[in-house]
Design a protein around this ligand. Sequence first.
Ligand code: PEP
Ligand code: MG
Length: 325
Amino acid sequence: ERKQLHRLRREPSRTLDGVDIRVYANAESRADVAEAHALGAAGVGLYRTEFLFMGPQLPDEDAQFRAYRDVALGMTGRTVTIRTLDIGADKADRTGLALSDEPNPALGLRGVRLSLARAGIFEAQMRAIVRASGYGPIRVLVPMVSSRDEVVAVAALLRRVRRDLVSEGHEIAEHIPLGAMIEVPAAAIALPGFIDAVDFLSVGTNDLIQYLLAADRNNEALGELYTPLHPALLRLLESVIRIARRRGRPVAVCGEMAGDARFAPLLLALGLEEFSLHPGTLLELRHAIRACDLGILRARAPALLRARDRAGIEKWLRANTPADT
Ligand code: PEP
Ligand code: MG
């Protein structure tokens, strides 16, 4: 079976009824980027920049520029989505950037909140990303967005940084798409009010589940209370995907849920046509997608959304999982 999956490296992620699904890779190292490229990923859908900040010293603009440029070069013209710093006291942090004594780190000054509070560090990162756009198609993805104001502030910074770099003589891309992560329920619910301010969306189900279900993503004691198989999550996903599609904004899911091939029929039924996942399970997902009929699954979305509990969702999944996956 391994060998059979291996053969899928050069095959498209195309459904039985001929729809090409875009399968991107999540990456946080050179090895991930090389693997993503070798497996035929559509691009990097989530480049986590945190690991650059894990050392005792902050990376300066040039060090970051070299790292982002190398990802762009490594992907040879495929899209690279660089997420701005998503550090908080709930994620490993040895830089001292994040506040260490927050009572509720997951609800604290993390992600874009921290970036906007540390203007110098944020500007250096944005300059590094924009400079890298001269070496391949790059998109900027903002984590932990909870309001329109945050998106507007980042868009303004991006514009200013672009102007500065052009006047300093740097060669940068004409257009650098700006995207928001949808991982705070408020952003999902308020999406119609700020979707005009972004070019694309990426749903971070790891955090979205945590905040939606009030269930810590790292607390094993919660067992199945932390689960993607909750009707509230499916309804929210359906709504985000529908709004994004209607407004012509590409939308991906980049949380662990997208990397679990068992959930592919469910996500396709909800209208998702872009996935981003760790390269380690990319071929499994491609295999699952190739066994799905998108038209049939889309027609069965109403039944999925009527499921009242985990058991109902699992029953739908059993009935709609292709036999050979
Ligand atoms: C997520 O929250 O789903 C996500 C992709 O980001 P991270 O796991 O880095 O928080
Ligand atoms: Mg997240």
